[in-house]
Design a protein around this ligand. Sequence first.
Ligand code: PEP
Length: 257
Amino acid sequence: MRRMMVAGNWKLNQGPAAGRELAAGVQARLEGRTLRGEVLCCPPFVTIPAVSAVAQGEPVLVGAQDCSDQASGAYTGQVSAAMLAEAGCTHVIVAHSERRQYQKETDDLFVAKIDRVHEAGMTAIFCFGELLEERQAGREEEVVEAQLSGVLPRLASATAENLILAYEPVWAIGTGETATPEIAQHMHLVSRAEAGRILGEDTAARLRILYGGSCKPGNAAELFGQTDVDGGLIGGASLKVDDFVAIVEAAETAMGG
Ligand code: PEP
């Protein structure tokens, strides 16, 4: 059985003081529990040390929302994967749709970033998903397959352990509109099949694929109940302790906990 993950993407929210408080709230609610799944919080860079000080390993892991494609050098404003690992991160989100849209990031950059994450001994969470107009044109499978085949075959050392996929239909991110469980399951199946063609069936069967897009306490159980949905990447709902913990509990229940 694949171990579920519930990962919070805090985006551009929570400075060090507010981040420490949020992480401490989640930590307090999960403290002492042996969870079946994994729980991850991904604060902004400057908040990582404050969150790492509160959450020192399981049950609450700390991740980053992005990293540089470069290892070191004259790259003003960038943060390397090795620095993030040193600061206590175990995971890094790569290719979030907001970075694809606002920073115009491309497949070449995603490949380099994921390789840097792996070199630093961390796990990359690779995001992909179709736009509303692509779904309306019936192109969602083709788009998702292209996003996966543009990156996965070029990775130097991807395994089922150091790579997690996150299917995030862009029309569902921050909109309040969630993919139905049927849509999520279908797209996860399509994604796993494409990953199988690229990485091999054995790796694909063990690879975790998270769902992201307006996942909340009211819909998490149904989404996580789908065979190929292995947890969630949570935006808005990860900023409220009660909501985030309720989503973690939905994952625990889905895993038989
Ligand atoms: C996200 O940005 O990864 C996300 C899933 O956001 P939200 O849950 O707010 O839709």
